[in-house]
Ligand binder design. Sequence first.
Ligand code: FES
Length: 288
Amino acid sequence: MADWVSVADASQIATDAGITAFVDDVEVAVFRTSDGWRAIEGRCPHKGASLGNGTVSGGCVTCPWHDWQFRLDDGQAVDRPGVAVASLAVREVEGRLEIDRDSLPQRGSARDGKHDDGIQRFLVRYGALGWVGRFGTVDGVDCRFRDCVVVQTERGVELGEVLADPADGTGAANGKPTGEVLRVAASDELRQFSQRRREVVPVLISESTAALTDAALPLEIVDGELLFDGESAVLYFLGESHPDAGPLVTDVARRHGLDRIELCPLLDPPPTGCGSCGCDEGGGGCGV
Ligand code: FES
């Protein structure tokens, strides 16, 4: 008999989009297509990205990390014979999505949360704000405490510093990785990157500040960082965000050979609601 487990609200998912959820400790990805609900194992068999964050098109999902494609009907990888993720039974009941636990693949002792999923996890500090996350690899990257590593995050390719090696972090019990450890950074590339960063970041900050001041926008750029891919940058600001700010700083970034620039607030906006539980859900609050 089927063993249905509730995983999400159906209203959370738009057509041709997906979400990530967990049944016990197994990651699953659920998608709304024009032909109905589809569910597959959520972890990409290549290097562990979450397929629920992938792009849906033509009945397939494209992995967000390296573009492998999987058919939503049966989990088969497109143009990769023998590669597949499990297709899972999914249904909607009174607005909730349910997965049949019995359709999950049996992998070791997955249900008791103690199996090793083969992903080495390193604790890595990254980004100008010093975020810390567990980064995974299945390629056996040989790095140790304090090594400088190149990591793939949702922002792009950036540098990180290893805070703990896999002895402290192997196994599925440590959850979904924040991103992927690609390799240890070579000293030559670190030198080149550091020089480009010294050249580009101050100019981005000063020219963006000038552009925002000229347009009388209420943002103060206080810091910036160049990602290791050399194509993306982030500017941190105080003040209120404004829809005209993005295009202005994008113009500045393009003048300096960057493809992408992101404006990131350093402080959350003050709450606008009365403070009662749930008042500010979705933003706006009650205005009291
Ligand atoms: S294609 Fe999915 S992790 Fe590489």
